[in-house]
Design a protein around this ligand. Structure first.
Ligand code: ARG
Length: 258
């Protein structure tokens, strides 16, 4: 009899313990999961920090936050070097890179990239008093500043005899041009345009044609379940007008191509 009681009691304890585990699980399922986002925030108006602020702002930041909301996930953004983003994805330190990252075949070998969310291209920036450089051909043998790991860096490396200087941030890239440490910068056109509007036009100007039509996508670890989820959220945001709202906020005009 005593033995039976013991067995019954331990059974009850087991059931109670299982019950606790169950409710604990339920609780964590209700809480939104965290979406760990990596970015390199010297790329206004896509991702940047206002002077004296740690907050990440910009088109990509608003868009990834809206995607997180669609997915019922809590977005946490962290700052890292542009060339550290893909290694961080592959190491599982971040879930998504939101960094104005152009969709290229090379990157698609290393990571999955979402559907495109912005159509971009590269441009050349020179000092205002430079009348010798009018296009890519004139960059031969010249000094070019670029951000490390970018498509601008690839482009500069392909220019015959170019002396390429790579920097971690675009703040340093533009400063190097201003200080005449290089003859030109190769960078994404919307970022160059924003730089000029924000005061850069006092010393710098754009030259030549827009090069390399490139589209930006969010990067995710290869074969992650997140890629289709992000694509679905992105397409929902394009349909429900949210994407247009964010686009107009940062570019002051309607999106031509999405
Ligand atoms: N679109 C270019 C690329 O993919 C430059 C991106 C730089 N982005 C940044 N957040 N700094 O290489």
């Amino acid at each position: 009899m005593k033995k039976l009681l013991m067995v019954l009691m331990s059974l009850m304890l087991l059931v109670m313990a299982a019950g606790c585990g169950g409710s604990g699980e339920k609780k964590s399922a209700e809480q939104p999961k965290v979406l760990k986002v990596g970015t390199e925030p010297t790329f206004a108006p896509f991702e940047f920090q206002e002077k004296g602020s740690k907050e990440f702002v910009g088109f990509d930041m608003d868009l990834i936050r809206a995607i997180g909301k669609q997915l019922n996930m809590q977005v946490e953004i962290q700052n890292m070097g542009f060339d550290a983003l893909i290694p961080a994805l592959n190491a599982g330190n971040i879930d998504v890179a939101a960094a104005g990252m152009s969709i290229t075949p090379d990157r698609q070998k290393a990571v999955d990239m979402s559907d495109p969310y912005y159509v971009s291209g590269l441009t050349i920036v020179v000092n205002k008093d430079n009348n010798a450089i009018k296009g890519l051909k004139d960059l031969e043998g010249k000094g070019i500043a670029v951000q490390i790991g970018t498509t601008g860096a690839d482009k500069a490396a392909k220019v015959k005899g170019s002396k390429v200087k790579t920097f971690n941030t675009n703040a340093e890239v533009f400063l190097e041009l201003k200080n005449k440490g290089v003859d030109a910068v190769i960078i994404d056109k919307p970022v160059a345009e924003y730089y000029l509007v924000q005061g850069g036009k006092d010393t710098a100007k754009l030259v030549g044609e827009t090069m390399e039509a490139e589209s930006y996508g969010f990067s995710v670890k290869k074969d992650s379940k997140l890629t289709p989820q992000i694509n679905k959220a992105l397409s929902d945001l394009k349909k429900n007008g949210e994407y247009d709202k964010i686009y107009e906020k940062w570019f002051g005009k309607k999106a031509a191509a999405k």
